[in-house]
Ligand binder design. Structure first.
Ligand SMILES: [Zn+2]
Length: 277
């Protein structure tokens, strides 16, 4: 397997974020894996927090979204975000769903993966150690944003999104580009039996298992597990980019649920198809 490694570090108006070169080269999308730098939140959410359910003031979170919209060149009402429930549902929002989860936080869908072929929608997924995955099919002009914790990874949520793009937009998996963003790395993801069992049941153990510590604990690699699931879905290894950035290790850049013991903010993975010009 020979996927690409590393994202590009970008900074604009003080906002630090990361992009995939393979996505940038298409010129078709605005996208970002955010860092925690460049926002207005304070305390444990300092400073670029995108989670309204965190210990933060809604006005500050909204200002962070506003800043990111400026960076991406999208409008504030283009965001669509859903409740993340560690399931494998893939949902395709319509134009009328603009604003869900950001401007309108009352009636949110439950879905861990979003897909669209519409420009004017900015898909948002939140993480703070869980794995964010972005997909872009430059041929069918369709995108996806995915939240994959260990449960979602074991449910092959990224592969389910690929299948949904094929069904709905006629995407050919061999055309789809993928970026696996900053998240807890194999260096820091020590787990016990339930995770081991879930990966084994999913057929992802050989990709995920780094080390059996012989005491009922295991080091797991969710990056490789998600890459494996994407390849099982038909993606080419050379179309997959793995950030290789561990949120727990890189405290100067990222929020981390494990490191900060839950007292932390939310990172975001965002992607929007640019409109016809
Ligand atoms: Zn680490």
């Amino acid at each position: 397997m020979s996927w690409r490694e590393g994202l590009l570090r970008r900074e604009r108006n003080g906002v630090v974020y990361f992009t995939a070169e393979s996505f940038e080269r298409t010129g078709l999308v605005a996208h970002a894996f955010t860092s925690k730098l460049g926002g207005v939140s304070e305390g444990e959410c300092e400073s670029l927090n995108f989670g309204f359910s965190r210990k933060d003031e809604p006005e500050r979170v909204l200002e962070n979204y506003r800043r990111m919209a400026e960076v991406l060149g999208v409008s504030l009402d283009s965001y669509v975000s859903t409740l993340q429930v560690h399931e494998d549902r893939v949902w395709a929002p319509e134009g009328a769903d603009r604003g869900m989860g950001v401007l309108d936080r009352e009636n949110m869908e439950k879905a861990d993966a979003l897909i669209t072929d519409l420009s004017g929608l900015t898909l948002v997924k939140h993480t703070a150690d869980c794995v964010p995955v972005l997909l872009l099919d430059p041929a069918a002009k369709a995108v996806s944003a995915i939240h994959a914790g260990w449960r979602g990874t074991a449910k092959r949520i990224a592969q389910r999104a690929v299948e949904a793009m094929a069904r709905r937009y006629g995407s050919k998996p061999e055309n789809i580009l993928a970026a696996i963003g900053p998240s807890i790395g194999p260096c820091c993801f020590e787990v016990d039996e339930p995770v081991y069992g879930a990966m084994a049941k999913a057929g992802l153990l050989s990709a995920a298992l780094v080390r059996d510590k012989k005491n009922g604990h295991y080091d797991m690699d969710l990056w490789r597990a998600n890459a494996r699931a994407l390849m099982d879905g038909g993606l080419l290894a050379e179309h997959i980019t793995i950030a290789g950035l561990c949120t727990r290790c890189r405290g100067e850049l990222f929020f981390s649920h494990r490191r900060d013991r839950g007292k932390t903010g939310s990172l975001a993975a965002m992607i929007a198809l640019k409109g016809e010009t």
